[in-house]
Design a protein around this ligand. Structure first.
Ligand code: NAD
Length: 269
């Protein structure tokens, strides 16, 4: 129950009814006896500056998760952002400091890694393919580099976007092997679909069938798509004998990364 003493966090986006964070956070707060609650805010874009002014003055609000379509537009309107959020020009979480300053980070990639660690997958020196050079793919690729991936290939239907992300990461992590070329999936330790391919029962695979045919059982295969839980890619990988990670597992793992940044949950919530 929300009381006068309850401290708040929020999630902002538009539309907002489809998001799962409020039920996940509120279940965690209730289960851990916390006098905290998350509210969902469907905000129009012209009102964002007034919204941020409101957040700065909102004394019983600890922070705000940011979702589509505001991850990019809010990144350059905050009072400070992390190095990775600046590089990616994207935030997915804001913390309100006691003096009202708003600080941002992007923990999509950390949430992905958090889920992968729960599967026992360690990134250091591994070989990885990330398909999708958009918001989530960029964040995952950045976190893989921060965690010391040995070799990283970025693919996207837009060769321009894939090339731009590889260049950005190459500049940020000059010691790492980052590129866009891949003829076979043999030798890959990790394959990640960070595109919407397979969402909503389309049956779409994010790679051509001929390339997928080279997938080996010792590759860990992950998808960011949350519905269906078992995407066509994950079904294919599972049939091949690969260990898999689902989109909902990433979303659940990221609750701790979002909550810890806002100061309302431990990292391993
Ligand atoms: P985006 O539009 O920023 O990026 C998607 C990228 O995929 C684009 O660059 C596009 O060109 C590329 N692409 C699309 N189809 C492709 C294909 N068949 N092959 C290769 N590249 C292709 O989107 P985003 O914000 O990065 O979101 C991607 C997905 O991640 C969405 O489905 C979203 O729902 C999901 N998501 C999941 C979580 C989670 O916790 N599981 C969190 C955030 C987003």
């Amino acid at each position: 129950m929300i009381r006068g003493s309850t401290e708040l966090v929020a999630i902002v986006g538009s539309p907002i009814a489809q998001v799962k964070s409020p039920e996940n956070f509120n279940a965690w707060f209730a289960g851990h006896g916390q006098d905290l609650a998350m509210i969902a805010i469907d905000m129009q874009e012209p009102a964002l500056d007034a919204f941020l002014a409101g957040l700065r003055g909102w004394q019983n609000l600890r922070g705000c998760v940011v979702t589509v379509p505001y991850k990019q537009v809010l990144a350059d309107r905050l009072d400070g952002i992390s190095g990775r959020a600046a590089a990616l020009r994207s935030v997915n979480v804001i913390r309100r400091e006691a003096d009202g300053r708003l600080l941002g980070d992007n923990v999509d990639g950390e949430g992905f890694l958090n889920a992968a660690r729960r599967h026992g997958f360690q990134v250091k020196d591994k070989s990885a393919l990330v398909i999708g050079a958009g918001g989530v793919g960029g964040a995952i690729a950045y976190s893989l580099c921060e965690a010391g991936v040995g070799r990283l290939v970025i693919a996207d239907v837009s060769a321009e976007r894939a090339g731009a992300l590889a260049e950005l990461l190459g500049n940020a992590f000059p010691a790492q092997r980052i590129g866009n070329e891949l003829d076979s999936l043999e030798g890959l330790d990790l394959l990640v679909n960070a595109t919407p391919a397979g969402m909503g029962g389309t049956g779409e695979l994010p790679l051509p069938a001929a390339l997928l045919d080279s997938l080996q059982p010792d590759t860990f295969v992950a998808d960011v798509v949350t519905s269906p839980e078992i995407t066509p890619l994950l079904a294919f990988a599972r049939a091949r004998g690969c260990a898999i990670q689902t989109g909902p597992q990433m979303a659940i793992a990221q609750l701790g990364n979002l909550g810890a940044f806002m100061g309302v949950t431990p990292l391993e919530a």
